[in-house]
Design a binder for this molecule. Structure first.
Ligand code: ADP
Ligand code: ADP
Length: 230
């Protein structure tokens, strides 16, 4: 379970807080949508979950461990528990599809034969086995995002953090990427946190959601409850 306790983030320069006293609970196995307009603080929140940013105040607890208070080594291990998916896929264009998926395994020190085995399993999972030796530039946006998903899953994370994962895709491709994420959630029981400005995305696959406005949490909870309140 991920728990934010009164998390605030103030960037240098004295603007209003990017996150202002945000508390929320993300249950294990949830598909949790974090919704808000541009500038609401969504990216800051997801970077606090992965500790790419440190909150100015407050605590981020994962399974009751305060990850804002870890040693650098423990923090690196903790980061390996989550995979990230990006709006613009962030693939390495000088590497083949298979070699992109292998990146987290190389970082984790997995030996080549096991790496190759794992990469072929992952490409099968995302339906891209026949693209293993292709270059990212030869793939459609939806296919590139599938490579991003395979890479994010490579080290068997407990959490998948998605940063506007479908915002660069057309609606048909969005639907198929969301269906894949839902399948992964059900098959592996991993928790998915999705930040998005698209209410449709939240409605189509999330079971929980939070709404951010100018750094403040307006509401949060089970989606069925939130939609009833509207
Ligand atoms: P969102 O992802 O919802 O668009 P962000 O978390 O990116 O929102 O931004 C929230 C606020 O924090 C915005 O006002 C933005 O300008 C500011 N901000 C984001 N990143 C930085 C940064 N590295 N330095 C200073 N201000 C930032
Ligand atoms: P095994 O011990 O053989 O890995 P698992 O039940 O853990 O068995 O996994 C079965 C398959 O599901 C594996 O081949 C692996 O590819 C995939 N898998 C399991 N957990 C995850 C995860 N967290 N992320 C991605 N794939 C996973």
């Amino acid at each position: 379970m991920i728990r934010l306790e009164q998390v605030s983030k103030i960037y240098a320069g004295g603007q209003p807080p990017a996150l202002d006293d945000v508390s929320l609970v993300i249950p294990d196995g949830a598909i949790y949508g974090i919704l808000g307009r541009s500038g609401a603080g969504k990216s800051t929140l997801i970077r606090c979950l992965n500790l790419l940013e440190r909150p100015t105040s407050g605590r981020v607890l994962i399974d009751d461990q305060d990850i804002t208070a870890l040693t650098p080594r423990a923090l690196r291990q903790q980061r390996q528990r989550s995979g990230m998916i990006f709006q613009h896929f962030n693939l390495l264009h000088s590497r083949t599809v298979a070699d992109n998926v292998a990146v987290p395994l190389e970082i984790a020190g997995v030996k080549r034969p096991q790496r190759q085995q794992r990469v072929s399993e992952l490409l099968e999972l995302v339906g891209l086995s026949e693209k293993a030796t292709a270059w990212p530039s030869q793939l459609s946006g939806g296919q590139q995002q599938r490579v991003g998903i395979a890479r994010a899953l490579a080290a068997r994370p407990d959490y998948l953090l998605c940063d506007e994962a479908t915002s660069a895709l057309d609606s048909e491709t969005t639907a198929s990427v969301l269906a894949l994420l839902q399948q992964i959630n059900q098959q592996f029981g991993l928790t998915i946190v999705m930040i998005t400005h698209q209410l449709e995305v939240v409605k189509s696959i999330c079971d929980h959601a939070a709404l951010l406005e100018r750094g403040r949490l307006r509401e949060s909870g089970a989606l069925s409850t939130l939609l009833r309140q509207q």
